[in-house]
Design a protein around this ligand. Sequence first.
Ligand code: MG
Length: 395
Amino acid sequence: MKQIAILGSTGSIGASTLSICEQFPGRYTPVALAAGANVEAAFNQVVRWRPKLVSLATEQHADDLRQRLRAAGINGVEVLHGTSGTIAVASDPAVDFVVSAIVGVAGLEATYAAILAGKTIGLANKECLVAAGDLIMAAARAHQVALLPIDSEHNAVHQCIRGGTAAEVAQIWLTASGGPFRNLPAAQFQHITPAQALRHPTWVMGQRITIDSATMMNKGFEVIEACRLFDLPPRKVRVTVHPQSTVHSLVEFVDGSILAQISVTDMRLPILYALAYPERPASSLTFDLAQLSQLDFSQPDLERFPCLRLAYEAAEAGPAARIALNAADEIAVAAFLAGQIPFLGIPRTIERVLELTPAARPESISAVLAADRAARVAAEEVISRSATSKLLATA
Ligand code: MG
């Protein structure tokens, strides 16, 4: 029986992981949960799974949960909060496997702690590898920890890459759905509203990642992730637009063979693959190839999707640029959702922040977090200055 910790248990990856635990009761059991701010969902998870340890976002959330557990007559569950609580969940001695699915740099410290504690990691958090890929990979090597990607594209590459040696890999192809604006003419991008951008054609996900899919920044982050995970230069990590989201990614070998991974668009499958690796347990997550009529592939348009270009540039530029890329994107996406900047203001803000970011190589997670905070401040200044100049322009 594998004892699982889930960082981000009330999010969509967390819920899918618990659904796998439900389907494989003899194999996987969640023993520690980091649940965030949703006390109701955390309470229901504790009632169902009785983990030994739960952590919530704040002391107030933790108090609320303790009170509800007492009222329900549930004892023996330790309730913690904050970053130290998440780290305790990630490094609990009873845990064998940590699913890292907290969105944003909030998941970084806990994931790093899990690696230092020697846990096998199922990685769904992109920011870990985008903002701190060098540190995370070095720590994983030093502690001989397996980092198994849960992100569907990287999971597909991980599966296909087993078909050859590292030296035999010519390049990899990450598939992109293209998002809701795949066919939108360039002239209409300026009118895109948050409601339109939140409607993703194939995947149901959290708000930030849905907007990142609409700008294709999500694919840009995935390029950077893939460079770190598979130790490849950016030019060997290609993107192909594949609207059916059926081929999850491909690996091209030096002899010209290309291996693709095809499966249902259901995150439970990459989660199961990571949990079970190197085994493949039988599951009901099957894909009916007989129903498949068409697979389309096309080149991404970097003119209409400048975020993807910015990500390739940051991938080449170095660690400071990658931290700034992620931080500026998070601030810009929030400003877009709040109606403060237009859709095209997202890449404009990020590009400006990248220009303002000096080259540097942070040597610790705290240095990464400091650079992340500085880039956020820079992004907020860029946004408020653009708002001021617009006011002056219309005055
Ligand atoms: Mg993905």
